[in-house]
Design a protein around this ligand. Structure first.
Ligand code: ATP
Length: 367
């Protein structure tokens, strides 16, 4: 019999390619209604889902028709509700920011800033309000990557600073405020107190996610920041190389020590794509991200190739996701963004941060 339970069974047993791996769709069903052969279904996803809401609605519609060919009018609404998740007790929250996500790597040069900036833009493209903080004190590169190297933030009240805006995300960088040579000689405590001040004194708008591009390594700065800033979760960036992996493991261990959940690993420079013939080669070895993900029981959120276009777009201040949102590289970043935030939804919610001030986006059914 076609009833509400039958619809839930279809959702539970169906294979929906658009849904991030391991994510339970049935938990997001808000409403099901069956009146004769007419079906109404409302799903509220806890992650930004602009890129999949159409395909998911179509997949669900098809699955229902496969199971119940007699069903005639199927109305599916896919909405999103982005909430805050709990952070470590004792670290004061930052007003207007729902979630802070730290992007870390054990080793320098693996593409942490590249991943941070594209991930921030991918979350925005998926329908979230996003900010990025370049906390890479020893080599701030986000201003260049966002195409605003010479911008300087202003302070209206001499106490707080206004973030800059680029490609529809808010941005703040230690590089906007301090000369590189000056920051290079700072010791750990000075660097971490400067960073705490920047993150707290910036007048961020309402943000669903603030991406923090941490300095590479697992030293004092990373440890202090992780303890003084209300970080919701971390993401580790690595290349498949043994050396980078050994350092990535140290980063995972560090977050374990400070009780910050690691949401997964992004493997950068997985393969090299030749710009002439398109041939792919695993020049840094294979399967590194998978090994890390299996050893530490955390998902491999996605893999990016070593591609000339990624570097060129960054150098021109137009990261892949902003320059060509439909390219396969941008789609990979958007998939990583969904995988990450879908995984985040397994954490305990923090209702004190206005969970209900939500932005809802709806897909209207074609039938
Ligand atoms: N997948 C990629 N394909 C091509 N070039 C890349 C890729 N990822 C990063 N790069 C390039 O590699 C260089 C280093 O990247 P990035 O600055 O993101 O690394 P990082 O880990 O943040 O480095 P640091 O340790 O200095 O902070 C940059 O020039 C960037 O454009």
């Amino acid at each position: 019999m076609l009833d509400e339970q039958a619809i839930l069974d279809v959702l539970e047993n169906g294979d929906f390619a658009s849904v991030p791996p391991g994510f339970e769709l049935t938990a997001c069903v808000q409403k099901t209604k069956v009146i004769g052969d007419h079906i109404q279904l409302e799903i509220v996803l806890p992650f930004p889902c602009q890129g999949i809401k159409l395909s998911l609605a179509e997949e669900i519609e098809q699955e229902i028709i496969n199971n119940w060919p007699q069903s005639k009018k199927i109305a599916i609404e896919i909405k999103q509700r982005l909430t805050a998740y709990e952070t470590k007790a004792g670290v004061p929250p930052i007003a207007k920011i729902k979630n802070i996500l730290a992007i870390a790597s054990g080793k320098g040069g693996v593409g942490k800033s590249t991943t941070s900036v594209n991930l921030a833009l991918a979350l925005q493209a998926e329908g979230a309000k996003v900010g990025i903080l370049d906390a890479d004190i020893y080599g701030p590169s986000i201003p260049i990557m966002l195409g605003i190297p010479d911008a300087r933030p202003v302070s209206e009240d001499k106490k707080t600073i206004l973030p800059l805006e680029a490609h529809s995300i808010e941005a703040m960088s230690i590089g906007f405020l301090v000369e590189e040579k000056q920051a290079m000689v700072w010791r750990g405590p000075m660097a971490s107190s400067a960073l705490q001040q920047i993150v707290r004194d910036t007048r961020w708008g309402e943000l669903d996610y603030l991406i923090v591009d941490l300095p590479p390594g697992t030293g004092d700065i990373q440890l202090t920041l992780s303890q003084k800033i209300p970080v919701t979760a971390a993401v580790i960036v690595t290349t498949p190389q043994d050396l980078a992996l050994a350092d990535a493991k140290k980063a995972v261990t560090m977050f374990g020590k400070v009780n910050i959940p690691v949401m997964g690993v992004v493997e950068n420079m997985s393969t090299h794509i030749c710009s002439n013939c398109g041939h792919q080669e695993a020049i840094f070895g294979e399967g590194g991200g998978n090994i890390l993900s299996e050893d530490y029981d955390m998902p491999l959120l996605g893999q990016l190739p070593l591609a000339m276009s990624i570097r060129q777009q960054l150098d021109q201040g137009k990261p892949a996701v902003a320059d060509d949102p439909q390219s396969s590289i941008s789609q990979t970043y958007r998939q990583i963004a969904r995988n990450l935030t879908a995984n985040l939804s397994k954490l305990a919610k923090d209702y004190s941060k206005g969970t209900d001030s939500i932005e809802i986006k709806t897909w209207s059914p074609k039938s």
